[in-house]
Ligand binder design. Structure first.
Ligand SMILES: N[C@@H](CCC(=O)N[C@@H](CS)C(=O)NCC(=O)O)C(=O)O
Length: 204
């Protein structure tokens, strides 16, 4: 059995959606990072950096694999199951490009904007504008990509799982999506998937 250590955040939803979409049985352990649960010695034995998400593949068994961070978890699970990521040639190259774009550029822009807009005691308008500009640039890029494809690689893949939690589900921003109709259609399609609905946990 896989143990998933998570809280209600986009990075964690990447992991829970991937587990649901790949039909892997798992137990979710709620780590309330607002109350400091990530700092306990018990959790640090699993994720020494003291951050979620983390998984333990083979929890309670002898040679369990511990994986910290949504990027490593997505690739680990795709390789373990052979699902949601092409494994050969140009298709694999495209999958790597779009998944890494979602994990790095998109994640950094949203995390940066959200930190300056919502998490700091005082707002920094300059920083918010810089990150908001990056968000809109990436949404325009995705909008072009999705004009003639249902999902980022054509078929649903870990690239979609990597990008989606910042734009859909609890973090959906209809005002922003109205300017990017192909992205909005893509968000609607992903939100309608039963496994995604299950993966978007907001409580234990
Ligand atoms: N690159 C990591 C980032 C993980 C991360 O920043 N986790 C946050 C929650 S989304 C966390 O655990 N914060 C608690 C802390 O920093 O103490 C990923 O994509 O999973």
């Amino acid at each position: 059995m896989i143990g998933l250590y998570m809280f209600a955040t986009p990075n964690c939803w990447r992991a829970s959606i991937a587990l649901e979409e790949m039909e892997l049985p798992y137990t979710a352990h709620w780590i309330n990072i607002r109350e400091g649960a990530q700092k306990t010695p018990e959790f640090r034995a699993i994720s020494p950096i003291g951050k979620v998400p983390a998984i333990v593949d083979g929890e309670g068994e002898g040679d369990a694999a511990k994986v910290y961070g949504s990027p490593a978890i997505l690739f680990y699970l795709a390789e373990k199951t052979g699902k949601l990521m092409p494994t050969l040639g140009a298709e694999r190259a495209e999958a790597l490009e779009w998944t890494m774009f979602a994990l790095s550029d998109i994640g950094m822009a949203f995390n940066g904007r959200n930190r300056f807009k919502f998490l700091l005691p005082e707002q920094d308008e300059y920083a918010i504008d810089v990150f908001q500009g990056e968000i809109e640039r990436y949404l325009a890029y995705m909008n072009d990509r999705l004009a003639d494809r249902q999902f980022l690689l054509g078929d649903f893949s870990i690239a979609d799982i990597a990008a989606f939690p910042f734009m859909g589900g609890p973090r959906r921003d209809d005002e922003l999506l109205a300017r990017f109709p192909a992205v909005r259609r893509w968000v609607d399609a992903i939100e309608a998937r039963p496994a995604v609905k299950k993966g978007l946990r907001t409580e234990p």
